[in-house]
Design a binder for this molecule. Structure first.
Ligand code: WQD
Length: 352
């Protein structure tokens, strides 16, 4: 079994990806300092797969500590690098925290991949690299517009760092995966999203309002040039995103890649407005959502959704979950968190 290091393995997409990797015959170790995640989530991974995954609670910004993982695991065949801060709003308030954390950790991981000769590298990127695109859907060749936040800048810079390290290396090959809007929870309801503090993202904002954790939800603007005035996004189930990582590793291990840095959009190829999502949620949950229309949120992209033809044809990746499934699994998870409050409340990771 090929051993894969998943950094940020206790996070939302990281934990779902570990489940998919294990179910597809990979051996997995995690590296996550739990500053923004809860190690309890690996118990949920074990519930689903029957496999206990070891997590190295290491700050990847410390090179020697990061190296120690590779010294202890000389058989790592590939790396999936998720570990990064990802709150758009916080990145605007604390840009240097984001540049230091997201780029130092990436550079250290790439140094170890080079020095320990780990040939396969998958980088967690984001549709945010496109900025505010002139036309949609966006393809992997769509020219970047300026990033709308320091978080987005760290993803644009991160992609450039990976590409240039690959160009100067003879033994590394990589894939950049640009996620659109990951939402929902694993169908088993054993793992899901664990937002820290008040959620910035739409779906946890909806489910926490619906369950009564938040008094009311705000729709940030309904005066955009879209079908109903609210923003358009390409929402995609986190388990569909997870499976794309397994396919990406298979692709590299089978040397199907044409270059040593391939890029894939991970979106459904369909855009839905914020108000359409709320409408579907109300049907799924059987209850009205308490929301108001508020001012636009600075930095919001008006409309973006993916052309995912490259991933579907080259990775043979096909999304399984509909928008209804995404919202149903998110709602199931929120209801479970309420019932089993102690499950994850023991350790509340603090925002730095
Ligand atoms: C979606 C839409 C909001 C909350 C960012 C990053 C992306 C990824 C996901 C990391 C927007 C509206 C939201 C609310 C609202 N990050 N909204 N009320 O900004 O598209 O993407 O998070 O993986 O890389 O760029 O996601 O869910 O915050 O917002 O009206 O309470 O929902 O204005 O139009 P976003 P989001």
């Amino acid at each position: 079994m090929k051993k894969i290091l998943v950094t940020g393995g206790c996070g939302y997409i990281g934990s779902h990806t570990i489940v998919d990797l294990l179910q597809n015959g990979y051996q997995v170790i995690s590296a996550d300092n739990n500053s923004r995640s809860n190690p309890q989530i690996l118990k949920g991974v074990e519930e689903i797969t029957g496999i206990k995954v070891k997590n190295y609670a290491v700050d990847l910004c410390i090179f020697d500590d990061t190296c120690a993982i590779f010294q202890e695991n000389p058989d790592i065949a590939g790396i999936i690098h998720f570990a990064a801060y990802k709150a758009v709003g916080e990145s605007v308030e604390k840009p240097l925290l984001y540049f230091q954390n997201n780029l130092d950790s990436l550079i250290n991981i790439l140094r170890c991949a080079t020095e320990f000769n780990v040939p396969n590298f998958v980088f967690s990127s984001s549709c945010t690299v496109y900025g505010n695109p002139d036309t949609t859907p966006v393809t992997e060749d769509t020219v970047f517009k300026p990033a709308q936040s320091p978080y987005g800048s760290t993803k644009q810079m991160g992609e450039q760092i990976v590409q240039q390290v690959m160009n100067s290396s003879t033994n590394l090959q990589s894939i950049l995966l640009r996620y659109f809007n990951p939402v929902g929870a694993h169908p088993s309801n054993c793992i899901g999203e664990l937002p820290i503090g008040r959620p910035a993202n739409l779906i946890p904002g909806i489910t926490q309002t619906a369950i009564g954790k938040l008094p009311q939800m705000q729709v940030y603007g309904n005066d955009y040039p879209t079908k109903d005035g609210s923003c358009v996004r390409d929402f995609i189930h986190v388990s569909d995103i997870a499976h794309a990582h397994t396919l990406a590793l298979d692709f590299l291990l089978q040397h199907k890649n044409k270059s040593n840095c391939e890029i894939f959009n991970l979106g459904t190829g369909s855009g839905y407005t914020v108000l359409e999502v709320i409408d579907v949620f109300e049907k799924v949950s059987g209850q009205k959502l308490n929301y108001v229309i508020a001012d636009r949120r600075p930095g919001d992209v008006i409309a973006i959704y993916a052309n995912n033809d490259k991933a579907t044809t080259e990775l043979n990746w096909h999304t399984k979950y509909s928008l209804q499934d995404m919202l149903q699994t998110a709602w199931n998870w929120e209801q479970k968190l309420k019932k089993e409050q102690s499950l994850f409340d023991g350790k509340k990771p603090e925002l730095n």
